[in-house]
Design a protein around this ligand. Structure first.
Ligand code: GLY
Length: 569
């Protein structure tokens, strides 16, 4: 026993993973909460608590947003982090205005359209998924810093503090992180920083419940707390990032880091059943297609057909399919290619699309004639916040695939993204995941890769109604749209709206994915009859939603995930 104790003690000294007896695995988390003043729903209990602690110290919703962003970077290192980027939608109640901020990663200055192709022009998908060449210029820290400077009220340092504590004291290893560590072990373990932070000294994935401590990340966050964005984009952290990238033949340079800038954008907007839907504009495809799906379905009698009826699922799947065809045809970074946002959201155009949905038979993808979509991974993270003044925040953030590029900037605890994989390597050629990409999403220096992230805010009569979002690549769009349909069209209470069966159809591949709890066998048989290729598949969404109630807020964190919805009275 004593020798075992000494063994663990020694292990603890040389190693960042603190091995503790996993008596309690993940405590049962609360997926639903009501409160009068503030509400936070996030994909991690530490993140929700970090944001609430900021309100308790007198901070405002943007302080809480910054604290949640840093905390979730620590708590979900496989799906987001300060080596990545994201989007924020912010409803400012007093101004009755929705702001959209884009701090997505951008292609390095030295990037080229052919950088992943062989001399013969063949794509090499692994190069944009693993290693330093997959890393795009991270935007998260710059975005948080600029947004806080404009809207925050607490000192910057105080907003970073909860994340430093979480990184230093650690949290129990939970199922999804365990799965990600196991899934990417062979690659991730090759990085010395990743190995010492996340695996045992023998290179095994630690047991569930093991405390995950990220001391190097805590020190990096301290630098950022002291120096602001310069703590990341200049000085020792920048040196470590560039040294690592150079040693692994990546493209990111000091100039890239120094010149990263966040962009304020105009949210896309559409009316649906008397509500105003505000969502993320390009370079995300998310907002446009959430609104398109809702508008195409608006005039169809879904409620009388019933939420999981053959007809309602058929119509919804067709609307999704039609929206995704537009995604493949028109979307990209608006700073590089004109995106016809106004035309794609035009009432008459959407009415024509709606009219073209065949009620009897599923459309085959090749009948719709266009080019297929770029692959996107199922990762990323989302949180939603509301405060007593009626302000709302919906933010989706990512390093793209699980553990991004699987490269850590030496000594910093920063996992660098693989967001370059959200670009198309080449038009019309399938990548590793069986999808192909479009012209507007080819790589160019400083361009932002196309995203599906759809932080969404809904207002009614010039006041807050709901805010939501989700991780999971292209599925984000359809999961967000279905949660809105469930709430507004089917009048489900928020928990049921989030927990209900979900489907996904993204034009290519031409299949109708159904996630547990499945549709009834009879409905699935009828859908097959109509020509849908029905498959059962986990979609990976984790909706984090908050709805206004007469007394305050109702928050729901998707019961499929390990999040926490919690409020303050
Ligand atoms: N990397 C996932 C997305 O941006 O949609």
């Amino acid at each position: 026993m004593r020798s075992l104790f000494l063994f663990f003690l020694l292990l603890g000294c040389s190693h960042q993973v603190r091995i503790v007896a996993p008596t309690v695995v993940q405590p049962r988390v609360a997926h639903e909460s009501v409160a009068k003043s503030e509400m936070v729903t996030a994909q991690g209990a530490g993140t929700t608590r970090a944001a609430l602690s900021i309100f308790q110290r007198g901070g405002n919703i943007i302080d809480a947003f910054v604290a949640a962003s840093f905390a979730i970077s620590v708590e979900r290192p496989h799906s987001t982090g300060i080596g990545g980027g994201g989007f924020l939608l912010y409803y400012h109640r007093a101004e009755n205005k929705v702001y959209a901020f884009d701090f997505r990663e951008i292609a390095p200055l030295a990037a080229t359209a052919t950088m992943y192709l062989t001399k013969k022009g063949d794509p090499q998908p692994l190069l944009s998924q693993e290693g330093a060449l997959a890393v795009a210029n991270p935007g998260l820290v710059r975005g948080l810093f600029e947004i806080h400077r404009r809207f925050g009220s607490l000192p910057w340092k105080e907003t970073v503090a909860p994340a430093i504590k979480l990184a230093r004291e650690g949290f129990p290893l939970y199922e999804e992180l365990h799965e990600a560590l196991e899934d990417r072990r062979e690659v991730f373990i090759l990085d010395p920083g990743a190995r010492s932070t996340f695996y045992t000294s023998e290179g095994r994935t630690p047991n569930l419940g093991t405390t995950i401590v990220q001391e190097n990340l805590a020190r990096t966050l301290e630098l950022i707390a002291d120096k602001g964005a310069d703590g990341f984009y200049r000085g020792p952290v920048a040196d470590a990032i560039i040294k690592t990238i150079r040693s692994k033949r990546g493209l990111l340079s000091y100039r890239d880091l120094r010149t990263y800038s966040m962009v304020e954008r105009t949210p896309v907007k559409g009316s649906y059943k008397g509500l105003q839907i505000h969502s993320m504009p390009p370079p995300s495809s998310g907002g446009i297609h959430v609104i398109q799906i809702l508008k195409m379905l608006e005039k169809h009698p879904l409620r009388s057909l019933g939420p999981q009826s053959t007809e309602a699922v058929h119509l919804t799947a067709n609307a999704m399919q039609r929206a995704f065809l537009d995604r493949a045809s028109y979307l990209g970074d608006p700073d590089f290619h004109p995106v016809p946002t106004k035309e794609l959201l035009d009432e008459r155009y959407l009415s024509r699309l709606s009219g073209s949905i065949k009620t009897r038979k599923a459309m085959k993808a090749d009948q719709l004639k266009a080019i297929p979509l770029a692959y996107e991974s199922s990762d990323t993270t989302h949180f939603t916040i509301a405060d007593r003044a009626g302000n709302l925040v919906a933010s989706t953030q990512t390093i793209n695939g699980w553990f991004g590029s699987a490269v850590m900037a030496e000594g910093t605890g920063i996992i660098l993204n693989n967001e370059m994989d959200d670009f198309a390597q080449k038009v019309g050629v399938q990548n590793l995941y069986g999808a192909v990409g479009g012209q507007n999403n080819l790589i160019q220096p400083r361009k932002r890769p196309l995203s599906s992230m759809s932080p969404t805010i809904i207002t009614k009569d010039n006041g807050p109604f709901m805010a939501l979002g989700s991780p999971s690549g292209t599925r984000i769009i359809t999961c967000v749209a279905q949660t809105i349909l469930n709430t507004v069209e089917f009048e489900m209470p928020l928990y049921e709206a989030v927990a209900a069966t979900r489907i996904h159809q993204q034009w290519m591949p031409d299949v109708l994915k159904v996630e547990a709890p499945f549709l009834t066998p009879a409905v699935e048989a009828e859908l097959r009859e109509k020509g849908h290729q029905v498959v059962h598949e986990k979609l990976g969404c984790s909706i984090q939603a908050i709805r206004k109630t007469p007394d305050g807020w109702h928050g729901v964190s998707d019961p499929r995930g390990e999040g926490l919805a919690l409020g303050l009275n």
